[in-house]
Design a protein around this ligand. Structure first.
Ligand code: NAP
Ligand code: GLV
Length: 308
């Protein structure tokens, strides 16, 4: 079995070595401009359109990430080739950590106390009522479900939103455009964990974000393009929203002159909320390749119509 591995980055050697260890029966070949038709599988991280086009004959392409939006933006990969994404592979735990930090930060008023410290102001606030502090989770897939269940387990009322109906413990689940309109006005913190698709592009804009209660926070851990950045800035500047914690942006790396860098109510991280981890990702991909070789079905195959 021949497997083409494309990983352009500092960790390329570590990925190669880990796949060689995990699939000793396979020949793992690092990408060079070559005839990809002689390979059984391809494992890729952010391939170019040209590379995607070269993969027309493999049995499956494994994406070393959960989101496949860059891939689907290239019409080059034929629909006949199965595109398989990462499912969790150590990312859910990271997303949960980030979400807990964000929710507790807002609930316990830490941004206000940071302002107070800078002003040398001693100003204790009353304890907020947790039962009235609702948290919204947009996207209840592999990552959103874990986040919603964990925040709910901390005692916060959680409302979750997805395309189809979902049931997750004590989480109130909603679906469709109506569901989103019902969810947003209730939530003090909204955490986005949706894929970027034509349907979710610009979903969080002036109209939808204005449905949030005064002072609410947006936490975007999914894709920058879910948010109309100028609308978010305007709502923060108008004092409608309390703040935003953003891990993802329309343009990455965030351009040096972008207003998000120095906005007092925006906290940014450089797309690190759910990093792809070598060992769990390699173990997952290797197990799926072995399953496919035995003629078994695997999960995580991207629905090319839904685009996630
Ligand atoms: P997933 O398992 O495919 O879940 C996607 C969820 O979004 C599902 O619940 C789906 O609804 C919902 N959804 C999709 N389109 C929708 C729409 N139009 N309206 C309402 N709900 C919709 O994906 P995942 O593994 O949880 O990952 C989610 C996203 O996180 C990825 O696509 C990626 O963009 C992002 N991500 C970011 C990082 C980072 O480091 N920042 C890391 C990993 C992933 P159904 O349940 O009804 O299908
Ligand atoms: C990272 O953003 C991913 O989609 O895995």
């Amino acid at each position: 079995m021949r497997i083409l591995l494309h990983y352009a980055g500092r960790a390329a050697g570590a990925w190669h070595d880990a796949f060689v260890r995990a699939l000793p029966e396979a020949e793992i070949v690092p990408w060079t401009p070559q005839d990809a038709s002689t390979f059984d599988y391809a494992i890729v991280y952010k391939p170019t359109a040209e590379q995607a086009a070269a993969l027309a004959r493999v049995k499956a392409v494994f994406n070393l990430g959960a989101g496949v939006d860059p891939f689907l933006a290239m019409p080059a990969l034929p629909a006949s080739v199965a595109l398989v994404r990462l499912e969790d592979a150590g990312m859910a735990e990271q997303m949960v950590e980030y979400a807990i930090y964000a929710v507790l930060r807002v609930f316990r008023d830490f941004p206000r106390y940071a302002d107070d410290q800078r002003a040398r102001r001693w100003s204790p606030q009353r304890r907020a009522d947790k039962s009235a502090f609702r948290v919204g989770v947009l996207g209840l897939g592999v990552l959103g479900q874990r986040v919603a269940a964990t925040i709910s387990g901390l005692g916060f009322p959680v409302l979750g939103w997805s395309r189809g109906a979902r049931t997750i413990g004590d989480v109130t689940t909603l679906a469709g455009a109506e569901g989103l309109r019902a969810l947003l006005p209730q939530c003090r913190v909204v955490i986005a964990l949706l894929p970027h698709t034509p349907e979710t592009d610009g979903l969080l804009n002036r109209a939808t974000l204005s449905l949030l209660p005064q002072g609410a926070w947006l936490v975007n851990l999914a894709r920058g393009a879910l948010v109309v950045e100028s609308d978010l800035l305007a709502l923060l500047d108008e004092g409608r929203l309390g703040g935003a914690m953003l891990d993802v942006f329309v343009e990455e790396p965030l351009p040096r002159d972008h207003p998000f860098w120095h906005h007092p109510r925006i906290e940014i991280t450089p797309h690190v909320s759910g990093l792809t981890l070598v060992e769990p990702a390699v173990a997952q991909v290797a197990a799926k390749i072995r399953a496919l070789e035995r003629g078994l079905a695997v999960t995580g195959v991207v629905d090319r119509e839904r685009r996630y």
